[in-house]
Design a protein around this ligand. Structure first.
Ligand SMILES: [Zn+2]
Length: 272
């Protein structure tokens, strides 16, 4: 009996250690950089955070882990902006790796936290990090406006109940570009797509989200993990050639198609 508790305790410590390692590993600094127009990357090696600047303050998408917040802050300042000028804090979806730092960023900046319906209760609870106040609950198609910039929130649930894809226009060289910050539609290990008691409509939600994502116009493709949009390969090309490597409509379509194929495969597997 005693041995069993020792094993359980060791397992728990191991898990905790693994989580701490992941948080630290994923929070390694990455060079902050301008993506296009007024859109900047201020995230870490694995976790994307995007800063959208305006004359009236800034919008931040994703706070990542608490451990990542100093990396984000340093990135914002290295680019010449003030962290305290962040007025609005948004998210891709309410998993800890993108929102656990929300309460800390809100505390440090006083930013308004705006969250899609379905993820709002997760942010308010301790399920994805320290509980954080939600200042505005969003619905599909809602607009977030600041300093002449308008972001549209598209509800693309499945990965979480309130997963959000952000769309807006950025200008560079006098040309408008349609930016899409994909919510993530991956099917994590352990996700139940069939007979899911906590989320019965999960499969239908994924299917609807793929329809929405396939219909979006996208010039500049961004996502909550750098690996999802080829950050490591695209970043070194920035400023080298004539075109901006983040303008990648084909990459966006390929990513959505591969995520949908994986989803359909897992759905078929679970139905068997
Ligand atoms: Zn996630």
């Amino acid at each position: 009996m005693r041995l069993r508790w020792v094993v359980v305790a060791l397992y728990a410590v191991g898990q905790l250690g693994a989580q701490t390692n992941t948080r630290l590993e994923w929070s390694q600094p990455f060079p902050p950089h301008k993506v296009i127009g007024n859109v900047y990357y201020v995230g870490s090696s694995s976790l994307s955070s995007f800063l959208i600047t305006t004359p009236e303050g800034h919008i931040l998408i994703n706070s990542s882990f608490e451990e990542t917040v100093p990396v984000i802050r340093a990135g914002v300042e290295k680019l010449g902006f003030r962290f305290g000028d962040i007025k609005i804090l948004l998210a891709s979806h309410a998993h800890g790796d993108h929102v656990a730092g929300h309460a800390l960023v809100r505390e440090l900046t006083g930013a308004q936290v705006m969250v899609m319906q379905g993820d709002d209760d997760v942010i308010r609870s301790s399920r994805a990090g320290k509980p954080c106040k939600v200042d505005r609950v969003l619905h599909d198609g809602d607009e977030v406006k600041l300093g002449g910039v308008t972001l549209t929130a598209r509800h693309t649930p499945g990965h979480t109940k309130g997963a959000t894809t952000w769309t807006f226009t950025a200008e560079e060289g006098g040309r408008p570009y349609k930016v899409v910050v994909h919510s993530s539609t991956s099917v994590n290990p352990g996700y139940r797509l069939v007979n899911n008691r906590d989320y019965p409509e999960i499969a239908a939600n994924y299917q609807r989200s793929f329809r929405v994502l396939k219909a979006l116009e996208c010039d500049v493709f961004l996502a909550p993990h750098g690996a999802q949009y080829g950050l490591a390969e695209k970043f070194p090309k920035l400023g080298r050639g004539a075109s901006n490597p983040f303008i990648d409509p084909a990459g966006y379509r390929a990513f959505v198609a591969s995520q949908e194929a994986t989803f359909l495969e897992k759905l078929a597997e679970q139905k068997r």
